[in-house]
Design a protein around this ligand. Structure first.
Ligand SMILES: [Zn+2]
Length: 156
């Protein structure tokens, strides 16, 4: 399953309709290069690897974006349909594959890029400033910013 299909995910990152910084972020996400605690541990950096937002599970990439309770709330509030059997699941690969190609009914934008971006901001707010970002605030930011960006593209 891994190999060419992960390559397909990686190359699609650059085709997503979002700002370059987000494309780069998504690329890091599908390659697993995001600095979550579990990845830092794999690189030999010691410290606790428990998720700061829920204090229950290990902080893996999939946990932060698709399993942690505040992240699940964000997806539930979003216009992307949630279904425990299909999305979000325990597999990062399956989740990204779903967001890239399998959202049904199909959406005419790539708002998921902003959602992932602001979930990551929420995680960082907690880890670095001990601030709790409300999932409703996260989804509102994602919706507002993606709309503004889309409008700016038309003006250009
Ligand atoms: Zn968590």
């Amino acid at each position: 399953m891994f190999g060419p299909t992960v390559d397909a995910l990686k190359s699609f990152c650059w085709k997503i309709r979002c700002p370059p910084k987000m494309k780069h972020f998504l690329w890091q996400l599908v390659t697993g290069c995001i600095a979550v605690k579990k990845n830092l541990q794999a690189r030999g950096i010691n410290g606790d690897i428990c998720c700061a937002r829920c204090d229950t599970d290990e902080e893996s990439v999939n946990h932060v974006f698709f399993e942690c309770p505040p992240a699940l709330r964000v997806w539930a509030l979003s216009k992307i349909p949630s279904n425990p059997a299909i999305f979000p699941t325990g597999s990062l690969f399956t989740n990204m594959d779903h967001l890239f190609w399998r959202i049904y009914p199909q959406l005419d934008d790539h708002q998921f890029a902003w959602i992932l971006w602001y979930i990551w901001k929420g995680r960082n707010n907690k880890v670095f400033s001990n601030l709790d970002m409300d999932p409703r605030e996260t989804i509102k930011l994602a919706e507002t910013e993606s709309t503004l960006w889309a409008e700016a593209q038309i003006v250009k």
